[in-house]
Design a protein around this ligand. Structure first.
Ligand SMILES: Cc1ncc(COP(=O)(O)O)c(C=O)c1O
Length: 397
């Protein structure tokens, strides 16, 4: 089928709730994807942050192929070896005395965390959760209410009760919101959708102290930052702050749908039978894919690669900033890259697409790159050349 034939199908049969580029993608390998016409694109935003190992990572492909012929799905009324092994692998790498619950997406993982915070707070009448302005936690009602951005609430109100919002990075503002009904603080250690916002020094530690002082749960949404994206298994390890729970999805299973909540045992025990469930959660295919993802990251030493990629991007874009007045700020942590512009980033994304490079723009003005951890140096520089050319063309008007 050509791209335009597929687009025609969508126009008639698929609900139009996404803005899509007019290209039908049919194949991927590493940091490249191909469209139906055979054009090749370099992908600096593979799978919207899900394809941390690029497209079709060989170990994940092999593990899923093998598993799919053995057992596709059984319900959580049974024990499954891959789910148990994955829970152990995540807990071991977290360094926390914790247990896991599995689901299928980031929003679902945050729903589980919200429920856990309420179940934990219930005996003392606590149910409110503090989240941060410009956060993003997902599109289901709990996660969406936690997402402190009015544009996502518009038209679908009323939102869920029990959420208070503080500016990201402002410890005093968070402290002022704590009251007798507060049960938890939920925060992305680095805001992704909000523009790759790295917290000020001491902020996450300050939130930890606040939670300890008031007996609140500290929950980190690591849906975008987790699984090695920032150069450690979980971003909290780089900031030296231990949360009570983290939520995971996106890169967890190398591009296969999988979400998870990892919670310290003293909290995890509140999720007793009947309190929460996900029919597909922790299914053998997702779990085997996640195990293969972890194995790949370790065998290929990709946590260390994240820091090298970060240095290369930082050097490229800091140098460009001297020559391109459109660039306001560069924010880089591992393979999370934000280039804040003085203008809307959409024309830059479109120009990159014309030059066969896929990037993203978030929060209106921030070019966001979430490249694969195994992006080779020559591809990194080829993509940076394209972004540079697109930005300089725009700057010259
Ligand atoms: C930090 C964070 N949390 C949660 C979500 C929601 O994840 P999902 O789209 O898998 O529900 C996202 C998605 O972008 C995210 O970036």
């Amino acid at each position: 089928m050509t791209s335009s034939e597929t687009i025609d199908l969508f126009s008639r049969y698929v609900i139009g709730n996404y803005r899509r580029f007019p290209v039908s993608l049919v194949r991927g390998e590493g940091s490249y994807v191909w469209d139906a016409e055979g054009n090749r694109y370099l992908d600096f935003f593979p799978g919207w942050g899900c394809n941390l190992l690029g497209h079709c990572p060989p170990r994940v492909v092999a593990a899923v192929r093998e598993q799919v012929g053995r057992l596709i799905h059984v319900p959580n009324t049974w024990y499954m070896e891959p789910q148990g092994l994955l829970a152990k692998a995540l807990v071991d790498r977290s360094g926390l005395d914790a247990q896991c619950f599995f689901c299928n997406s980031g929003a679902e993982a945050n729903e589980a965390a919200i429920k856990l915070a309420r179940l934990n707070g219930k005996p003392s009448g606590r149910y409110k959760i503090i989240t941060m302005l410009n956060s993003f936690h997902g599109r289901t009602y709990g996660a969406l209410t936690a997402t402190a951005q009015p544009k996502y609430h518009k038209g679908v109100e009323p939102m869920l009760a029990g959420f208070d919002y503080a500016p990201f990075g402002d410890l005093d503002a968070a402290a002022k919101l704590v009251g007798p009904e507060t049960s938890a603080i939920l925060v992305e250690p680095i805001q992704g959708e909000g523009g790759i916002n790295i917290p000020p020094a001491g902020y996450l530690q300050g939130l930890r102290e606040l939670c300890d002082k008031h007996g609140l749960m500290l929950i980190f949404d690591e849906v975008q930052t987790g699984m090695g994206r920032t150069g450690t298994w979980f971003a909290f390890q780089d900031f030296g702050v231990k949360p009570d729970a983290i939520t995971l999805a996106k890169a967890l299973a190398g591009g296969v749908a999988c979400g998870g909540l990892l919670a310290k045992c003293q909290f995890a025990e509140k999720l007793v039978p009947g309190t929460h469930a996900a029919t597909f959660g922790g299914n053998p295919i997702a779990c085997i894919a996640a195990l293969a993802t972890i194995e790949t990251i370790e065998k290929e030493d990709l946590l260390h690669r994240a820091a090298k990629i970060a240095d290369a991007f930082r050097a490229r874009f800091e140098s460009l900033r001297q020559r391109c007045p459109l660039i306001q700020h560069i924010r880089v942590k591992g393979t999370m890259v934000g280039i804040e512009l003085s203008i809307d980033g959409t024309p830059i994304v479109d120009e990159c697409l014309k030059r066969q490079l896929l990037i993203n723009c978030t929060h209106g003005t921030v070019l966001r790159l979430l490249p694969a951890l195994n992006l080779p140096d020559n591809d990194l520089h080829a993509g940076c050349d394209i972004i540079e050319a697109a930005l300089l063309k725009q700057a010259q008007g």
